[in-house]
Design a protein around this ligand. Sequence first.
Ligand SMILES: Cc1ncc(COP(=O)(O)O)c(C=O)c1O
Length: 456
Amino acid sequence: MQFRTIIEPFRIKSVDALKFTTRDERVAALAAAHHNVFLLRGDDVLIDLLTDSGTGAMSAAQWSALMQGDETYAGSRSFYRFEQVVRDLTGFRHVIPTHQGRAAERILFHTVVKSGDIVPNNNHFDTTRANIEVEDAEARDLVIAEGRQPALVHPFKGNIDVDALAALLDREADRVPLVMVTVTNNSGGGQPVSMANLRAVRTLCDRYAKPLFLDACRFAENAWFIREREDGYHRLAPRDIAREMFGLADGCTMSAKKDGLANIGGFLAMNRDDWAEHCRNLLILTEGFPTYGGLAGYDLEAIARGLEEVVEEPYLRYRIRSTAYLAEKIAAAGVPIIQPPGGHAVYIDARALLPHIPPLQYPGIALVNALYVEAGVRAVEIGTVMFGLDPDGREQPAAMDLVRLAIPRRVYTQSHVDYVAEAVVGVAAMKDALGGYRIAAAPKVLRHFTAEFEGM
Ligand SMILES: Cc1ncc(COP(=O)(O)O)c(C=O)c1O
């Protein structure tokens, strides 16, 4: 028989009870959180789609790997296992563990970026951007034009605009210390980057002698999309595709909280000896000795095992299909989403759904808050609150106002996903009743995490 149903490729061995709340309780909880869902208590959330980062379920093999953790301060056995797994996967010589992705970013950019530099990327994630801007440099987004049109279907909407990158390198190569590509492109809708695009970027980097780094948080999901959508890859193992991707780069930053299938951790990996030495010295300053980098030995074991599991075919098939399943249900009801759906999340086009709320009144926040109040579902705004504040303090609409429903790995079942789809469709039906927000208080950097909002 040929089955159409793709089942979760695991059985559940341990469960975590959900807490149900009433609508009135959620209204009160949101008010106490200043209308910012980041400030809610997790226990007041029924289905938490705030992020896919660090929220996944570990396998029995990972839990048992924890017991193998060697907590030796220097030269821990767990580090050497972790290093071997990362080296086998990426091919990079230097493997530097960090407590999560942004620590890898901070250490890399503090080492290689100076004031006035420009770092191109398809789309910088918020922490990546912030860690470049804090060095007084510019994070420049060069995703292809298709990547900025939510409804337009294109197989690789995460691709970098190679002509724009060539023009930048032609004019201002001196200001570009490295080129980054984010796989998959989280800020642009979790969209993949093709191998052909990575190859073209590599060619340009060679021409201008620039190192190419991947922001590799979701490398395995990207590899799966290449397998599904790019000629010549259908029969290859996801792991081999991932190795080819890494083989085109000189280094990577990685948050193991995503495709490391771990709850904490990350790494920086690269081939350049001088950069690696500088990075290790910075690591010692703030993260820890280079054989643990702010992680416990058992974390290194869990990540090592997670990096092996994440490229398994049944896992990736289920992972990408379950995201598409949610997207199909929402889109079938007429809710505008980024098409095609990304790997780790479905992105609702809040600007298109709520045209009566101008971008500077944050349609994404209006939708996120309504989803929480009506259904206890927590999503996140990826739009003008997250990206609309320039370093000079001016505010302008972000390119898109999206609401991301990020799916934690191996956590929710199909009925949870059905419930979320019902919630989104129900809230979309009451769209005319939703109003905008203003910011009552916010920090200057990464304001979305702690901003306080008031209804207009
Ligand atoms: C594309 C991308 N880069 C970097 C990061 C930062 O990783 P971390 O949260 O582990 O610091 C994230 C996290 O969501 C991400 O999605």
